[in-house]
Design a protein around this ligand. Structure first.
Ligand code: ADP
Length: 752
């Protein structure tokens, strides 16, 4: 109690005594010398009730002194003089009554203080607990809300107090949205703790809905009477979300095909999902509580120690491929990902392990690897086969060509029937086809080995195309087709391989004629456009469907291979055209308005910037194509037909010719005969052409050595060069081409 309050109490005591004295004074005419304490009783009661026990005691003592002075006979004497029995009795009654009254009021005050203290404690407790608390009286009216309840209901305690609970605590069923039963009514009816119905939503005053979980209890008085109800509730939104998340997680874990296992840092299994049951064959009940080593093959046990050591140091293990054992004793390939599991404080308390059965995957991968190795072997064999085929086809072509040349010479000399000449023409034409097919085949096998190399030089386009145009003209004539050729007025130069340019345009012209019926038209138009040249080959033939325009450039693709439509060919020509064009830095595309409406192929090539080049080839001195000088030839081929027929062609052209049928004979004959030119087959018994060339070269530096072979790959040419051979030709070789080459080689070696 403060000093002020204490002082006020004592002043009050004095004032009460003064008032009591005044009152007794006023009653004096009635009471006389009797009932001297009567008003002081009242003063003591009032002070004991309103102030403190000590001020009440003071009132009592001052009351005795005042009564003694003012009202006990022998009035106005200060000394105590309660001499009569009546007055002494009155004093005892007054004193006893005063002490009792003071005691009663003091006890009441103490009880009140304690009650206040308890209430205060309760308030503090209620406001500091995390749950929301609402209390009501037994009529269901709100008496208090703690701060959490105030926050969840959005009612302030002052606003809420005295209102019906249902107003403040508005709850509905989460699913049906029906207003839930008033919990107070249930508590009052059942007089015991009741839980709320599940799925209750509390709707706050400001409209926010929260799932809650609550209970209500009666507040009982000392006699067991119900004084009110206390409701305790909490917002379970977060918990519900967390529950949902963990339920979802659990469902994912359970439904995963991977084995998901958790274990302690000692390797003891804590959980084992359905995936683990499926993969390893152990039920969860069998696995949980066991050391994880039951699925680890004996020879790999050390692995687990390493894994656990890594986990303890906080490291994870990612996609570690290893082997595990199933309940049935089967070994399976698994990919493991193991991560440390930490508690809230971040301490590592165990590990989660995801194991995926990759047995099937591994088997498929092995299979795939094997298939790819089966496939690339097949590809390699196919390429080898193509190379071999083109080589083998060349061998019979060589003597046939020679014989055709001989026939042409012989038939020309005599009086030959027209029919025989026509047949020779036909033979030569068909032979030309055959040679082209074999050439294509060889080129394709080179392309698929990446082995086509261009021999580029500055080339005048019209000149390079001359032979291809001549051939096309013959071919078109034989099919009664009209071939129109439009060449640029001024020469156009390209940095190109002239033979390959001729092959590109030759193939396109050949196709144009082949896919155009008798009496149709074929056009070749070449025009320069800035830094490019456009070569267009048009026909009025069968045309190409839009969806085929790109496909036809693929290897072996032919649009219609039905017997009636088949035009011959291998489906290689356009593949070569595109490859060769691209090797020249150009493009080629097919156009057609549709089937039956003709086609157009457009090749675009870069032209040569002549400013940056020296004299063009046309301005160089030309070498006479066929020299007439008589030479001594040694023809070497184990294919006797080839050797003999070529010898005859050469003899008919006035040369001195000798033959040999293997490498060793060739070396001996060369030493004996000192030939000007040795024409050497490469693949021969006893001594091959390269070796024979080497030995001939050692003895004779001046002879021109020419390889005539079915092998036309770059590496074959390279080997020829290394063996000292001057030129490498592929079979069949025409006389004119051969002599051009020989003359050039001779001129070259003479210059050197
Ligand atoms: P091949 O002529 O040997 O069959 P190509 O690669 O030269 O092979 O041509 C592939 C296919 O493209 C041919 O089979 C044909 O269907 C189509 N084709 C090529 N040129 C023409 C053309 N001028 N007109 C119509 N179709 C063509």
């Amino acid at each position: 109690m403060t000093a002020f309050k204490r002082t006020r109490a004592y002043v009050g005591a004095v004032a009460a005594v003064v008032l009591a004295t005044t009152a007794r004074w006023l009653l004096d005419p009635v009471l006389g010398d009797h009932s001297v304490f009567v008003t002081y009783y009242v003063a003591v009661v009032i002070v004991a009730w309103l102030a403190t026990r000590w001020s009440a005691a003071l009132t009592m003592v001052l009351g005795v002194a005042a009564a003694n002075f003012f009202f006990v006979p022998q009035r106005y004497v200060l000394t105590p003089h309660l001499t009569t029995a009546e007055h002494r009795g009155a004093l005892v009654v007054y004193a006893v009554t005063g002490v009792v009254v003071i005691g009663i009021f003091e006890a009441r005050r103490t009880a009140q203080r304690q009650a206040d203290l308890r209430r205060e404690e309760l308030q503090v407790t209620l406001s500091s607990i995390g749950d929301a608390v609402i209390t009501t009286d037994n009529a269901g009216r709100v008496t208090s809300l703690n701060p959490v309840a105030a926050a969840l209901t959005a009612w302030s305690p002052d606003e809420a107090r005295g209102r019906r609970l249902s107003e403040v605590f508005h709850i509905v069923n989460e699913e049906t949205r029906e207003v839930s039963e008033d919990p107070v009514r249930r508590v009052l009816a059942q007089r015991r703790v009741v839980g709320l119905a599940k799925h209750t939503l509390l709707i706050s005053k400001d409209g926010i809905e929260r799932p809650i979980d609550d209970s209500g209890a009666p507040i009982l008085g000392v006699d067991g009477e119900v004084l009110g109800v206390v409701l305790i509730f909490r917002d379970i939104g977060e918990r519900r979300a967390a529950d949902k998340a963990s339920a979802r997680l659990a469902a994912i874990v359970e439904s995963s095909d991977d084995a998901i296992v958790s274990k302690s840092l000692d390797g003891i299994v804590n959980s084992w999902n359905r995936g683990a049951e499926k993969i390893f064959g152990y039920a969860a009940a069998e696995a949980v509580g066991q050391h994880i080593s039951f699925i680890i093959p004996a020879e790999l046990r050390a692995e687990e120690d390493l894994i656990l050591a890594k986990l303890r140091s906080g490291e994870s293990i990612d996609h570690f491929e290893t082997v595990r054992r199933t309940k049935g004793g089967r070994s399976i390939d698994v990919s493991l990902t193991v991560s440390p599991v930490r508690d809230r404080e971040g301490r590592i308390i165990g590990a989660s392990k995801i194991a995926r059965d990759i047995t099937e995957h591994k088997r498929a991968a092995d299979e795939l690897r094997k298939t790819a190795a089966e496939l690339s072997e097949a590809n390699r064999r196919q390429r080898e086969f193509l190379a071999l085929l083109s080589h083998e086809l060349r061998n019979p072509l060589a003597p046939m060509r020679n014989v055709l040349e001989i026939l042409r010479g012989t038939l020309g000399e005599e009086q030959t029937p027209r029919q025989a000449l026509d047949m020779l023409d036909m033979m030569e034409r068909q032979f030309g086809h055959l040679v082209r097919l074999v050439d294509d085949l060889l080129d394709i096998s080179r392309i698929s080995r990446g082995g086509v190399a261009l021999r580029r030089e500055p080339v005048e386009l019209s000149a390079a195309l001359r032979t291809a145009i001549d051939a096309a003209r013959q071919y078109c004539d034989s099919r009664d087709q009209d071939l129109t050729v439009v060449l640029p007025p001024a020469p156009l130069y390209l940095d190109a391989d002239p033979a390959r340019l001729a092959q590109i345009v030759g193939n396109l012209l050949n196709n144009a004629s082949k896919f155009t019926g008798r009496g149709g038209r074929v056009l070749l138009a070449v025009e320069g456009q800035g830094s490019q040249v456009l070569i267009r080959v048009q026909d009025t033939g069968i045309g190409i469907a839009a969806d085929q325009l790109e496909r036809i450039f693929d290897m072996f693709v032919q649009v219609d291979v039905s017997i009636e439509q088949a035009q011959g060919g291998l489906g290689l020509g356009l593949t070569l055209v595109r490859n060769l064009t691209e090797l020249h830095g150009g493009t080629v595309e097919a156009r057609s308005p549709g089937p039956g409406k003709g086609s157009e192929f457009v090749v675009i090539l870069p032209v040569l910037d002549m400013a940056s080049h020296g004299p063009c080839p046309a301005e160089r001195p030309e070498i006479a194509p066929v020299a007439s000088a008589k030479r001594r030839f040694l023809v070497v081929d184990d294919n006797r037909d080839a050797a003999v027929s070529l010898a005859q062609v050469l003899e008919r052209n006035g040369h001195d010719v000798h033959t040999a049928y293997d490498g060793q004979d060739a070396v001996a004959a060369a030493a004996r005969l000192q030939p000007d030119v040795v024409l050497l087959d490469i693949g021969m018994p006893r001594l091959n052409g390269y070796e024979a060339a080497r030995r001939i070269r050692q003895a004779d530096k001046s002879a021109v050595l020419v390889a005539i072979t079915g092998w036309g790959q770059n590496e074959d040419r390279q080997r020829s060069k290394e063996a000292g051979i001057d030129a490498h030709l592929t079979k069949p070789v025409g006389y004119a081409d051969l002599m051009t080459l020989v003359t050039t080689a001779q001129a070259k070696s003479e210059r050197e």
